[in-house]
Design a protein around this ligand. Structure first.
Ligand code: GCW
Length: 679
């Protein structure tokens, strides 16, 4: 049975052709390094090569044979030092992989400036072997473009997970620190294989985050920090703004109050006594009912800088989330920009603002947040959601690599054309010292980690894009498919094609043509375009679709909320004009008559209905593809995917019928040819 536990680190024997190509490469693993990280690296290489080459590969400290894999740092290894590798280009986390001759033997060298760099190189080398690359003339030089490559767990201390669809939290706080679940070693391997270097252990929402900063919990966290350290991963904790009141018994949490500031300083000192390399705090403040500096009439900058001051002597950072909005008349998607832009440049050096990719909330499609390119003097990191809260949970097959690539490659025009979101967040556009990318995790106690096999691809793609935000979603998918399943071309191409169109299928299914937030209240799985009674208008789907007898959409042009003005020229003008706005974003920016003429020549109504219908057709096509793949996949992983696709089909039908039935009650128009009447 194969339940998917091994993720993309399967190391199954190569097929004949690839193994012939590998020749004697991988004959042995050699290192002069002695650190815990080097030990892990040697174990990973011997495990990986033994599996892939279907023979026992040993490790030692001297090169004995052609084909040896030599890894380490120039500091520990005179052989590596003697090769004049371009290590000045790879920083502390990157690596060089090079085919070379050392002591008369043909060797593959994996070198870093640090043992962690070499570990990242080892995983990259194993990926090359796994994907059947040519290995005889390697010359790879890589460094991550983003400094802080984070995984954010929205895990509660009772092990429930906010928006988690893969079981319970992998962090067993009850047993910690006495027992550290060995499964976490495999978790650390998986994150390290992607180059992740920071993990937030706790949910930024919820009261439990205050408890997590007390001594007994810090000791539990310290046990996790010990586990992750040799993998190059630091741990971070969410910090609740009201801790001085809740834990310290102070009357206020006012960030300008000297007692409050002293409380945070003492807390930071305590944390670093227990976890010497603690990464820092993630903070959700004044958002969705969470406490924050505005409760005391202070700004986000006041709040963030106070915490930053406490962490700075220890080298810690504050990751301050820009996911802020409250129920007020102002268009929700404008609020974050309006709350942060005025303070641009006023944040301390060790603060990063963490901005969700879109201005609303992880929808199947949104334009990029105007804070990218908007914040010029304060580093803006990007937050992506790996867990599929608004994209069909673990059930729908939706590859998010394309969604993220679309955002990262969007042009903000902040400094003229070519000012992509990727370059805004990797620090190159505004020359920021800090840069950050964060993904809200989809990992839990499920045997396959992510709830579904294909959600493993999203975890993987997130990590690859964190390392290089300019990477290509298709190339990442191809590596993942080969590593996770097989390199058989009869499988690889159809499955990648299916993954590549799957996100557009989710958009068609739920929110075509720029619609957003149409999911039913609370759970966000099924349809709810008609829901108008949530109590908070900014949580009502009707608020977002604006549908009535005259038409549909949200007017964000100057005649409406004028959110378009938050974008740089020429985007502000493009988004303000329905004839220039890209159709996939049309109803995000415009309220248009049902008969509005689309590029296809059809009316908006007809086009909308056809998109919902296409959503269903495309799920059917995925089912057909997957049915043909049965011979290439083990039964267990094939079955769960087939079952979920059948459930996704039912869900898509429900979305189509319910959405069309509601919108037709307003448009009063007949269905176009090819769209079945709602059941
Ligand atoms: O997407 C929304 C979710 C909340 C989440 C919030 C956030 C962590 O519905 O569950 O809380 O975003 O990002 O803070």
């Amino acid at each position: 049975a194969d339940d998917g536990y091994q993720l993309w680190l399967r190391y199954a024997p190569l097929d004949k052709a690839a193994s012939a190509r590998a020749g004697d490469i991988g004959s042995e693993v050699v290192t002069a390094s002695r650190s815990p990280t080097a030990k892990i690296t040697a174990e990973e290489l011997t495990r990986g090569l033994s599996g892939l080459l279907a023979k026992k590969v040993a490790s030692g400290d001297a090169i004995r044979s052609n084909g040896a894999v030599l890894f380490g740092t120039p500091k520990d290894s005179p052989s590596i030092a003697g090769l004049a590798l371009p290590l000045e280009r790879v920083g502390s986390d990157g690596f060089v992989i090079k085919s070379a001759v050392v002591k008369g033997k043909r060797v593959t060298v994996i070198a870093g400036n640090t043992d962690v760099g070499a570990l990242h190189g080892a995983f990259a080398f194993l990926r090359l072997v796994q994907t059947g690359a040519a290995l005889d003339a390697l010359d790879v030089v890589e460094a991550p473009k983003v400094k802080l490559r984070m995984i954010d767990h929205w895990d509660n201390l009772d092990r429930t997970m906010e928006r988690g669809f893969s079981g319970f939290s992998i962090f067993n706080w009850w047993e910690l620190p006495g027992h550290v679940d060995p499964q976490l070693v495999d978790y650390a391997r998986a994150e390290a294989s992607l180059g992740i270097n920071g993990i937030v252990l706790t949910n930024p929402s919820g009261l439990t985050t205050a408890v997590s900063l007390t001594e007994p919990w810090l000791k539990k966290a310290a046990a996790l920090a010990d586990l992750f350290r040799p993998y190059g991963i630091k741990i971070y904790l969410s910090a609740r703004f009201s801790c001085p009141q809740e834990l310290g018994g102070l009357k206020t949490g006012d960030p300008l109050d000297p007692q409050v500031r002293a409380w945070w300083k003492a807390k930071a000192d305590e944390i670093y006594r227990i976890i010497p390399d603690f990464g820092g705090f993630l903070v959700k403040a004044n958002s969705e009912g969470q406490p924050g500096p505005q409760d005391f009439g202070r700004s986000h900058a006041d709040g963030a800088n106070m915490m930053a001051e406490a962490l700075a002597p220890h080298g810690g950072i504050v990751i301050w989330r820009a996911f802020v909005y409250s129920p007020k008349p102002e268009d929700r998607v404008k609020q974050a920009y309006n709350e942060f832009k005025p303070f641009d440049g006023q944040f301390a050096d060790n603060v990063v603002i963490q901005v969700k990719n879109g201005p609303l909330d992880f929808q199947p499609r949104e334009p990029f947040s105007p804070l990218f390119g908007g914040l010029e003097k304060t580093p803006a990191g990007i937050e992506l959601q790996i867990t599929k809260e608004y994209l069909g949970f673990e059930i729908h097959l939706v590859y998010l690599g394309t969604l993220w690539q679309e955002v990262l490659q969007s042009d903000t025009y902040a400094k003229g054309s070519g000012s992509t979101v990727a370059h805004a967040i990797d620090g190159s556009l505004f020359h920021n010292k800090l840069s950050l990318i964060a993904g809200a995790s989809n990992v839990g106690t499920a045997r396959n980690w992510s709830g579904s096999i294909f959600d493993q691809a999203n975890w993987n793609a997130y990590g690859r894009l964190a390392w290089n935000p300019d990477a290509d979603a298709r190339a990442i998918a191809e590596d993942w498919v080969r590593m996770t399943f097989t390199s058989d071309p009869a499988f690889v191409k159809p499955v990648i094609d299916m993954m590549m169109q799957s996100r557009e299928t989710a958009v068609d299914t739920m929110t075509p043509l720029g619609l957003a937030h149409q999911m039913a209240t609370g759970h966000h799985y099924g349809p709810g375009p008609w829901i108008d009674n949530v109590g908070r208008p900014d949580w009502n789907p009707t608020y977002y679709n604006g549908a009535d007898k005259s038409g549909i959409g949200f007017d964000r042009t100057p005649t409406g909320s004028n959110a378009v003005a938050q974008y740089h020229a020429p985007l502000a003008a493009i988004f303000a004009d329905p004839n220039k706005t890209p159709e996939p974003l049309l109803l995000w920016f415009h309220h248009l008559p049902w008969d509005h003429k689309m590029v296809s020549g059809r009316t908006l109504w007809d086009e909308l209905a056809l998109h919902y219908a296409r959503g269903v057709e495309n799920v059917k096509a995925m089912q057909a593809t997957w049915a043909r793949m049965k011979p290439y996949v083990d039964a267990e992983r094939w079955q769960i995917t087939a079952d979920f696709l059948a459930m996704q089909y039912d869900s898509a039908v429900e979305w189509r019928d319910a959405s069309i039935a509601y919108f037709q009650s307003l448009s009063g128009r007949p269905l176009p040819h090819g769209v079945p009447a709602p059941a």
